[in-house]
Design a protein. Structure first.
Length: 558
């Protein structure tokens, strides 16, 4: 049997059937192009009979996308098939995908047809589709709840009628891996006995799987079917689709790649796909953005946390050798940036690693001082800790004497039920030039206060006013505790015109005051680091020189 698993992507058809998802033409084209780049074998572009928009979508993708098969769905009737072909016919390699349900539940309650009638409709549909193209796929909807002997009869009839791909969908996500394996193996045996052994061997005839995730088993079931001999997997990017979704393409592809050893042992050779795995994450992000179906952070492969290490013991392991806690290489699926994320559970090794990767060399003693402050001042306060906060601790520890600014007093008007804007007046001290007072109007109280502080100290946010322009790269407010009396914490990251970034943190019972403290903290760090950072780096590096590095620790992590 062939060792290639064909990826049939149905993001634009079954994926778009996700409640609440509706893609316009330009979005379909954008996703279609990304799927071609990704290297999928077949793109199911839509269900042309269902609406003029779907028809046009399939027609446009069929015309525009090259180097990929374009499939369109059609019920088992002449009209659907004719319309599907009309939409498909300009494609380089068009495929008609016709289907009908085979389970007694669907026959009795939905189609109101006998098994014999459905058998005939299936056969007729495939024969009719073959009048337009030899590339015809048939799906036995709800196959996994169908009577196996009857299903086999349908499968053999449509194979004889000319179907090149026969799909055995787990339409309602009902099956389990072992059962599905047995079903696929059973159908392959039946097809072989009916004279299709050679076509199955050469891949001229293929069994396909299409699994839904109602029990969270879509990927496991699909892979089980592959072990049994299925060679096409129908799936979607991020696993979107009807109800709980379809099998996630990225999980199928990366399992085949990462566990090639297992498939080789079981099947005698590893299974390949045509997917360029480095395009997985960008495609996932595009689909999430255009469909509005955002990916949960802990989603395998494409979730924001899928390759992130936040806890100290894991970070230490990964820094020493990434294989300790990583089974895949994050760059292989298209992630960039660091895998080490600072947070509540981070340890000394991670802090050291982060500082080194930002060019700081610290002695053990200096590192201990930084780590203790990190533990006491930040770990429990911020949920995620951008690297800039860590550097901020160094400045607080070694450069605070060079901090020029202090807030003497600030007041802010907070308004409700009026069209007037809040106003803030602040008095600050720049110890190099003395006291300054400024007044500013803002969209909200924090905005007014930030503008007043900036103006008083000779900066500005945005285009208005004079002074050096600063960008507020990150701003967030959180509560440390519950209720209206909880202490507020504010974090800001500023960027100056030269691209230097500094973070600041402020805590106060009053959230506007917490914001002002954070801003002053970031501005102090900015000024001191501009003046003294280069010198400090050299001093600290000298102090660290000559200290032996930890035995056995070879930083491998990116
Ligand atoms: C498992 C899957 O994902 S299947 C694909 C599901 N996707 C969709 O349904 C999305 C698009 N669907 C639609 O826009 C509409 O349902 C349409 C245009 C296809 C049909 O709309 P309507 O004609 O109004 O029919 P409606 O959707 O209410 O009912 C489905 C009809 O198709 C019939 N039918 C369902 N599946 C099939 C099939 N595979 N082959 C033949 N007939 C079928 C049903 O028996 C029913 O027929 P009836 O009208 O004679 O009772
Ligand atoms: C149309 C078929 C393939 C389908 O989407 C299903 O059965 O889930
Ligand atoms: Mg489906």
């Amino acid at each position: 049997m062939i060792n290639r698993v064909y990826i049939f992507d149905t993001t634009l058809r079954d994926g778009e059937q996700s409640p609440g998802v509706s893609l316009n033409m330009s979005q379909k084209i954008e996703i279609g192009k990304a799927l071609v780049e990704l290297g999928v074998d077949v793109i199911e572009a839509g269900f042309p009979i269902s609406s003029p928009g779907d028809f046009e979508g399939v027609k446009t993708l069929a015309r525009e996308l090259k180097g990929v098969e374009i499939a369109a769905l059609a019920r088992a009737n002449r009209k659907d098939i004719e319309v599907a072909w009309e939409a498909l016919k300009e494609a380089e390699n068009p495929r008609i995908h016709t289907f009908i349900a085979t389970s007694d539940i669907h026959l009795q309650y939905k189609l109101r047809k006998s098994r014999e009638e459905v058998l005939e409709l299936a056969e007729e549909a495939v024969k009719f589709a073959c009048e337009f193209t030899s590339n015809v796929e048939f799906s036995a909807e709800d196959a996994t709840r169908s009577d196996w002997e009857y299903l086999a009869e349908v499968v053999i009839r449509v194979a004889r009628a000319g179907a090149k791909v026969i799909n055995i969908p787990d339409t309602v996500g009902y099956t389990v891996p072992q059962e599905y394996y047995e079903l696929i193996a059973f159908l392959i045996e039946k097809l072989k006995a009916a004279g299709f052994e050679e076509s199955l061997e050469t891949g001229e005839l293929q069994l396909s799987v299409h699994c839904h995730n109602d029990l969270g088993l879509a990927v496991a079931n699909s892979l089980s079917a592959v072990l049994a001999g299925a060679r096409q997997v129908e799936c979607t990017v991020n696993g979107i689709g009807e109800r709980a979704g379809n099998a996630a393409m990225e999980e199928i592809v990366m399992t085949l790649k990462t566990r090639a050893d297992f498939f080789r042992t079981r099947l005698g050779e590893a299974l390949e796909t045509g997917i360029n795995t480095r395009k997985i994450v960008p495609t996932s992000q595009l689909v999430a953005q255009l469909t509005g179906m955002y990916v949960q952070p802990n989603k395998a492969i494409v979730g924001a946390n899928a390759f992130a290490h936040e806890s100290g013991i894991h970070q230490h392991g990964v820094i020493a050798h990434r294989l300790t806690y990583e089974i895949m290489n994050r760059e292989d699926v298209g992630w960039s940036g660091s895998a080490i994320v600072l947070g509540k559970h981070s340890g000394r090794h991670a802090v050291d690693y982060k500082l080194r990767s930002r060019g700081w060399k610290l002695s053990k003693k200096a590192l201990s001082r930084i780590f203790e402050r990190f533990r006491a001042e930040i770990k429990d306060v911020l949920r995620r800790i951008p690297d800039e906060y860590l550097e901020g601790i160094i400045y607080d520890e070694f450069l605070s004497e060079a901090y020029p600014y202090r807030v003497i007093s600030a007041q802010v008007s907070s308004l409700y039920g009026t069209s007037l804007n809040p106003i803030s007046q602040v008095e600050v001290e720049d110890r190099r030039v003395g006291r300054r007072v400024a007044v500013a109007v803002g969209v909200g109280s924090v905005d007014a206060a930030f503008k007043a502080v900036a103006q008083a100290l000779g900066y500005r946010f945005g285009n208005e006013g004079d002074g050096e322009r600063l960008k507020l790269v990150d701003f967030h407010i959180d509560a440390l505790g519950k209720g209206t009396e909880a202490e507020g914490v504010c974090g800001v990251i500023l960027e100056d015109e030269a691209g230097r970034r500094t973070a600041g943190l402020g805590r106060d019972g009053d959230i506007v005051a917490a914001g002002i403290k954070a801003l002053i903290n970031a501005l102090n760090r900015l000024e001191a680091s501009r003046e003294k950072e280069s010198e400090l780096r050299v001093t600290l590096a000298k102090e660290a020189e000559g200290e032996p590095s930890e035995p056995g620790v070879q930083p491998m992590c990116r």
